[in-house]
Design a protein around this ligand. Structure first.
Ligand SMILES: Cc1cc2nc3c(=O)[nH]c(=O)nc-3n(C[C@H](O)[C@H](O)[C@H](O)COP(=O)(O)OP(=O)(O)OC[C@H]3O[C@@H](n4cnc5c(N)ncnc54)[C@H](O)[C@@H]3O)c2cc1C
Ligand SMILES: C[S@@+](CC[C@H](N)C(=O)[O-])C[C@H]1O[C@@H](n2cnc3c(N)ncnc32)[C@H](O)[C@@H]1O
Length: 679
């Protein structure tokens, strides 16, 4: 998916206060009010509520989020319905969303006002991403896709129960009503999916009909003779996501009310705790097994870690993933600070730029239309004012970046599961086994620990349990230096990153580093690296030379990084399980040349290789995995899901082979996947 700048809506008001788009010359809702339209057209006068009752999840997809009135009306109807299902997922796409200020200023019907204020408070930066916002203890999830509907529909992964079509009038806004939009909707339709729109245009009805939706006319209101309703009724069995998930499951086929041990998570570092939290948010219970005596004591065990996005001229998958991940991390960190008293801050971070000058930085920001609440390019003076110390280079300011105590964040994730995660410490998993259609999680002495439906391996690299050749990963040593704040002169108010990083003082001490080395297993602190970390600190703080420090302490830890430096998160390919796990030998391995067609080992997932950005990437990676386990809408676009897919290395290898020998394209290799690094 190509990055497109998101341009905020320009909203003007009619004499009676009805909001109108200047660009489209059309009103956001009829003069009779947004709520009346939402209730009649989209909520079908209560008929939608009858469908969501008793459901584990109900998924709405809206084209045209606009001012959010339909979302607020749906959320309100859900809350007011004592018999509503467990989870409402509301996915909505908009190319020109309002700014936060404009959203907050819109006059609302009193029935919607309290929730409108909550929405405005959580409104994300206008970046071309999928933004997840949860309300009411995660029972209502809003996934906001900012960009064109034609670009986003093919990127969504969800099984949709109800489509709300709410573009401007087809004559003024044809891009919202094209035949290809209706075809893309068909791919996302759950069995019995419905469509509702206020439009009764012939072309809309014909387009829906030719995409497999049976048209049902319904009476209009507000002077309109009729509106359009439709039901998904394709003549031939379609290739929908719902059907693909049923026949080639990402999902583990979990019952709607799983018991405590239905999902086992191996490892309680940032990854495992984030996965347990993300599963709980989707209503699933997890048993978290950790070999150590405490949570987050290995790679995740520093007292302070930084997080922020990435800006890159090409805005490729790496930059896009880390933008989405950093925005998700900021929400998580804020939540952990507010609800669990975790130490940290998402109030800004500076990243020094040494290669580009300010003009080049600003031109990238402008070309990508990146909003100032995501990133700003600053000269050294402006950066110094934010830092509170003199910095010597221009810098990227990430206003929602920051730092956090990762150990406390991991614990908060477990605490926040409201009892849906059970932690078992000092429990090392020796191996996995497939027995019938369940998993057996086995200790080193061969004793079965649990027999879950699904397993998520979060042990750092996952190669110990899934085979050394599962995917290319490398272990990197990192040494962090800790010094007394009094050893350095002025210290920054916000974290500064560049060649290394420094975090504002904590308990009279400063955490700085981090020296890195591949293929180095030495666990003791190296004096030479302590010195190098102090030199890095001097550079970050614009000091003439490294501070003289008498007492140096620090910490050594090891992180796992994949060949393309993106996490490995998602459903494990059947071929990998077949090669390394007892009981999986007979799994059908099928094609390996396209991520979306790769057969998966049922109920086996991984969230690993978070590299040097574990704080930033854990929650998005975990959200992807948990949504796959639960069969819920994925919180990232298909391209990014593919970018972190555990199958990607095998797929690339097969494709490279296919490029050399096209005749063999339909003969994918079976057995272990070669794991050469740098692939
Ligand atoms: C020095 C250093 C500095 C860093 N700084 C930053 C930073 O500033 N910002 C940032 O975003 N990231 C940073 N990182 C990276 C980040 O810390 C990692 O990406 C992250 O901690 C990885 O989390 P994890 O859960 O995958 O791994 P871990 O934290 O290592 O957790 C894996 C857990 O699995 C357990 N386990 C393993 N095998 C088994 C088994 N068989 N059975 C049961 N349990 C098992 C382990 O005991 C461990 O607790 C840094 C990393 C290092 C090393
Ligand atoms: C009628 S308004 C939606 C009103 C909204 N449903 C509500 O409840 O407030 C139509 C919306 O469609 C959006 N839009 C127009 N063309 C689009 C496109 N090609 N892709 C995505 N959104 C588009 C506009 O930005 C506008 O916000």
């Amino acid at each position: 998916m190509r990055t497109a700048p998101v341009v905020a809506a320009e909203i003007v008001f009619e004499d009676d206060g009805t909001p109108r788009s200047r660009a489209y010359g059309d009103v956001y809702h009829p003069r009779s009010g947004a709520l009346a339209q939402a209730r009649h057209v989209f909520l079908a006068d209560g008929a939608l509520a009858e469908r969501w009752r008793g459901r584990e999840r109900f998924v709405v997809l809206e084209t045209g989020f606009g001012l959010g009135n339909n979302f607020l009306a749906t959320w309100t109807a859900w809350r007011d319905d004592a018999a509503h299902g467990r989870r409402l997922h509301y996915v909505s796409i908009d190319e020109s969303p309002p700014t936060r200020a404009a959203l907050a200023a819109i006059a609302r019907d009193p029935a919607l006002a309290p929730r409108a204020a909550a929405l405005a408070r959580r409104w994300p930066p206008l970046t071309c991403n999928l933004h997840r916002i949860a309300f009411d203890d995660d029972s209502v999830e809003l996934l906001l896709a900012f960009g064109a509907v034609s670009a986003w529909l093919p990127q969504l992964v969800a099984a949709v129960d109800a489509f709300f079509l709410d573009g401007f009038a087809p004559a003024r806004n044809p891009a919202m009503w094209e035949p290809r939009i209706f075809k893309a909707m068909a791919r996302l339709a759950a069995p019995d999916a419905t469509v509702a729109t206020w439009s009764a245009a012939r072309a809309v009805r014909d387009g829906l009909a030719s995409a497999g939706f049976a048209i049902e006319r319904a009476a209009g209101s507000d002077g309109k003779r009729d509106i359009t309703r439709a039901r998904f009724a394709p003549r031939v069995a379609p290739c929908t996501i719902a059907r693909r998930t049923a026949t080639r499951p990402f999902a583990s086929g979990l019952a709607t009310t799983p018991s405590a041990a239905d999902v086992v998570v191996v490892g309680a570092g940032l990854a495992g705790c984030a996965v347990a939290a993300a599963l709980a948010r989707r209503g699933l219970r997890a048993l978290v097994l950790e070999r150590g005596a405490e949570v987050a004591a290995e790679a995740s065990g520093n007292a302070a870690a930084i997080f922020h996005g990435i800006v890159h001229r090409e805005d490729g998958r790496y930059a896009r993933f880390h933008r989405a991940a950093a925005l998700a991390a900021a929400n998580e960190v804020n939540d952990a600070i507010e609800r669990h008293g975790v130490r940290g801050s998402a109030d800004g971070l500076l990243r020094l730029e040494t290669r580009l000058d300010l003009a080049a930085m600003a031109s990238i920001v402008a070309a990508q239309g990146l909003p100032s609440d995501y990133v700003v390019a600053l000269d050294a003076d402006a950066a110094s004012r934010i830092a509170g110390v003199r910095v010597a280079a221009p810098a990227w300011h990430y206003p929602s970046g920051g730092w956090v105590d990762p150990r406390a964040l991991a614990s908060a994730w477990l605490r926040g599961t409201s009892g849906r995660a059970e932690l078992r410490l000092r429990t090392a998993v020796g191996s996995l086994r497939r027995v019938g259609d369940r998993w057996q999680v086995v200790a080193g002495d061969g004793a079965a620990i649990a027999e879950p439906d699904a397993v998520v391996v979060c042990d750092g690299s996952s190669t110990a349990l899934l085979g050394a050749t599962a995917w290319p990963v490398r272990r990197q040593r990192g040494q962090t230096t800790v010094i007394a704040s009094s050893s350095v002169g002025a210290l920054p108010r916000v974290p500064i990153a560049g060649n290394g990083h420094v975090v504002p003082p904590l308990d009279g001490r400063v955490w700085t580093g981090t020296s890195t080395a591949w293929n180095d297993d030495v666990v003791d602190l190296r004096p030479a690296e302590q010195r190098r970390n102090l030199e890095r600190l001097a550079h970050l703080l614009g000091l003439a030379r490294a501070p003289e420090v008498d007492a140096l302490s620090g910490r050594v830890a090891f992180r796992w990084t994949s060949a393309d430096r993106l996490p490995i998160a998602g459903a494990v390919p059947a071929a990998i399980a077949a090669a390394s796990i007892a009981g999986c030998e007979d799994l059908a391995c099928g094609r390996l040349d396209r991520s979306r067609l790769v057969e998966r080992a049922p109920g086996l997932f991984v969230c690993a290789a978070l590299g040097s950005r574990g704080v930033a990437s854990a929650s998005l990676a975990a959200g992807i995995v948990a949504a796959q386990v639960a069969g819920a809408p994925l919180p990232a676009e298909a391209d990014l899901v593919e970018a972190v897919d555990p199958a990607r290395f095998a797929v690339r290898q097969v494709r490279r082979g296919a490029a050399g020998a096209r005749d063999d394209a339909n003969q994918p290799p079976v057995g272990p996947i070669a794991g050469s690094f740098g692939g």
